[in-house]
Design a protein around this ligand. Structure first.
Ligand code: OGA
Ligand code: MN
Length: 284
């Protein structure tokens, strides 16, 4: 069966069928990689990947980021191994609540992420979708004055700060499960290393634009985010167990949608590292 791409009803995103991700050969991968550059978000329904198969698929796109240890994947879930559910006050739940704000993965790390793979294993009856927003289309839709204004601006990115904003304080950083260094400084406009297309690079971790006072910086970042994350630049995916998605963190934002924490939601996440030449940042 040939690989079939169905573009989603938005400026980006495609559903991919007619393949088993776990058995992808080199020719199939070349097609998937080209689609990844064009659509930035690929959704593969019904794949039922084991975590190891997910890591192997992700590895074709580049080095795995080992933010959460060296297994290459991390469960994103409110359920413990023994089946019991986490309490909302626990740090892991606070991090997942943070995921409900628009963000791009690892922008607060010295090396930002290239892409992320997420798969659904258990889904709640209602809610718990994931939503993405196209920052290429958002940049293209800006007026000239705004484009000129942001052309040379950069923002710091900090998860400590974005978590503190939602009431999760963790002065030592231990509760994040990883070490966060100095907040990196990243330009507001990112040129995609593979396609050359410019995209807004913002999200909840961004703050403190050098040259603007803190209020003006926050106002600008809030305005850009509100403008950017609107139709037709949005895709929502309501997960079924077995679905897998990969997205390009260099040109999309994403967020988790809320759900009832009395029900289990089990997702598996794998993060692909950026290229130090294009996703690195200086501490600022
Ligand atoms: C992620 C993330 C959103 C979700 O995996 O990086 O933000 O819906 N997940 O769980
Ligand atoms: Mn994320």
């Amino acid at each position: 069966m040939p690989i079939a791409l169905r573009p989603l009803d938005a400026t980006f995103g495609a559903e991919v069928t007619g393949l088993r991700v776990a058995d992808l050969d080199d020719a199939g991968f070349a097609q998937i990689e080209a689609a990844f550059h064009e659509y930035a978000l690929l959704v593969f329904p019904g794949q039922h990947l084991a975590p190891k198969q997910q890591v192997a698929f992700a590895r074709r796109f580049g080095e795995i980021e080992h933010l959460y240890g060296d297994r290459g994947y991390v469960p994103i879930t409110n359920q413990r191994k023994d089946g019991s559910l986490l309490d909302d006050a626990e740090p892991a739940m606070q991090i997942m609540r943070g995921n409900e704000g628009w963000h791009t993965d690892s922008s607060y790390m010295p090396l930002a992420a290239k892409a992320s793979v997420l798969s659904a294993h258990k889904v709640p009856g209602h809610g718990g979708a994931t939503e993405w927003a196209d920052m290429r289309a958002a940049y293209a839709a800006l007026d000239d004055a705004t484009r000129d204004r942001i052309a040379t601006l950069a923002a710091h990115h900090s998860i400590k700060r974005s978590q503190a904003k939602i009431g999760h304080t963790d002065p030592g950083g231990a509760g994040y499960g990883f070490d966060v260094g100095e907040p990196p400084l990243r330009p507001l406009v990112k040129r995609h290393p593979a396609t050359g297309k410019p995209a807004l690079y913002i999200g909840r971790h961004a703050y403190g634009i050098p040259g603007l006072d803190p209020e003006a910086s926050e106002r600008l970042l809030d305005e850009l985010l509100a403008f950017a994350c609107q139709p037709p630049r949005l895709v929502v995916h309501e997960w079924q167990p077995g679905d897998v998605a990969i997205w390009d963190n260099r040109c999309l934002l994403h967020r988790a949608r809320p759900y009832d924490h009395a029900e289990p939601r089990v997702m598996v996440h794998t993060r692909i590292a950026g290229d130090p030449a294009t996703e690195g940042a200086r501490a600022g």
